[in-house]
Design a binder for this molecule. Structure first.
Ligand SMILES: Nc1ncnc2c1ncn2[C@@H]1O[C@H](COP(=O)(O)OP(=O)(O)OP(=O)(O)O)[C@@H](O)[C@H]1O
Ligand SMILES: [Mg+2]
Length: 256
C-alpha cells in the first residue's frame, strides 16, 4: 500500500488509556502465567507447570485435543477458577490477590466469547450489547455511542433491533463479539468461537477477530479448527494433557 496515512480506526481500544511510560520501553505483557498448575477438587490435573506470556497486540491460537486444558486455562484468566499453583497475571494484576469484590471490574478488562454465544434471547442485539455496560453503571449517555461503535465494528448496525433468535449463527456470534468489545478490552479470549458454525461462517468470524486484533486488541483463541490454524501462520500454543508441548508460529501438527 502506498497511501500516505492509514484512515483512523473505526474503533480505538486504546482511547482514554494512559500512554505507556517512557518511549521505546518494552510493553507490559497483557497476560503472564508462571508455573501455573490446576488440579480440580476431584483430583483431576488439568494444567501443569504452564509458562506463557502474551505481548500486547498478539493473536494466539490455543490448540490441543479434547481435555487438554484449553478451557481451564481460559477460565483462569477471568478468575472463574484459581490456579492450584503458580501465578496468573492479567494486565499487571496477580489474579489471586485481587479481592473478590474487584473481580467484576477485572473481567470487564477482558472480552469473552464462547462457543454457544450466551446471548439473552428476549433482548434485542442492541440490548444484549448494552446490557454489558448497564450492569456496570455506565451513564446512559455513554452507552448508546459505545454500543453503536461496537455494532459497527462487527457489521451489525442494521440488525440492532432484532432478537437473537432471528439471526444466523454467525450473526449471533458477531453480537457476542460486539458485547465483548463494548468495554474496549485490551484482551479478548475466545473459547471455540467457531465450534457451532459452518466452515464459511467460521472464516468470517476469524476474519472479524483478526480485524479486531489489527485495531490493537490482543486475542487468545482456543480452537479445534486445524484448517484455520495452519493457514493463518500465527502463534500457536499447543496443550497436551495439561502441558504446553509447543509454542511456535504456524502449524497444527496433530500427532494423532
Ligand atoms: N470443573 C471440573 N471439575 C473436574 N474436572 C474438570 C472440570 N473442568 C474440566 N475438568 C477436566 O479437566 C481436563 C481439562 O478440561 P478442559 O475443559 O480444560 O479441556 P479442553 O482442552 O477445553 O477440552 P475441549 O477441547 O473438549 O473443550 C479434562 O480432563 C476435564 O475433564
Ligand atoms: Mg474446552
Amino acid at each position: 500500500m502506498t497511501s500516505a496515512s492509514p484512515p483512523p480506526p473505526a474503533y480505538d481500544p486504546a482511547r482514554g488509556r494512559e500512554p505507556a511510560a517512557g518511549t521505546g520501553a518494552a510493553p507490559r505483557p497483557v497476560l503472564t502465567l508462571r508455573g501455573v498448575g490446576k488440579t480440580y477438587p476431584n483430583g483431576k490435573v488439568a494444567l501443569r507447570d504452564i509458562e506463557l506470556s502474551l505481548a500486547e497486540g498478539e493473536f494466539v491460537f490455543l490448540v490441543g485435543p479434547s481435555g487438554a486444558g484449553k478451557s481451564t486455562l481460559l477460565r483462569l484468566l477471568i478468575r472463574d477458577e484459581l490456579p492450584t499453583s503458580g501465578e496468573v497475571i492479567v494486565d499487571g494484576a496477580d489474579l489471586a490477590r485481587v479481592p473478590r469484590r474487584r473481580v467484576p471490574e477485572l473481567r470487564r478488562r477482558i472480552g469473552i466469547v464462547f462457543q454457544d454465544f450466551k446471548l439473552l434471547p428476549a433482548r434485542t442485539v442492541r440490548d444484549n450489547v448494552a446490557f454489558a455496560l448497564e450492569v456496570t453503571g455506565t451513564p446512559r449517555g455513554r452507552i448508546r455511542p459505545a454500543v453503536d461503535r461496537a455494532l459497527a465494528v462487527v457489521g451489525l448496525a442494521a440488525a440492532a433491533d432484532q432478537l437473537p433468535t432471528t439471526l444466523s449463527g454467525g450473526e449471533q456470534q458477531r453480537t457476542a463479539i460486539a458485547r465483548a468489545l463494548v468495554h474496549e478490552p485490551r484482551l479478548i479470549i475466545a473459547d471455540e468461537p467457531t465450534g457451532n458454525l459452518d466452515p464459511l461462517i467460521s472464516w468470517e468470524i476469524i476474519q472479524l477477530l483478526l480485524r479486531i486484533n489489527e485495531l490493537g486488541v490482543t486475542v487468545l483463541m482456543a480452537t479445534h479448527n486445524a484448517e484455520v490454524v495452519t493457514s493463518l501462520r500465527r502463534r500457536v500454543v499447543a496443550l497436551e494433557e495439561g502441558r504446553i508441548v509447543r509454542d511456535e508460529v504456524g502449524g497444527y501438527h496433530r500427532e494423532d
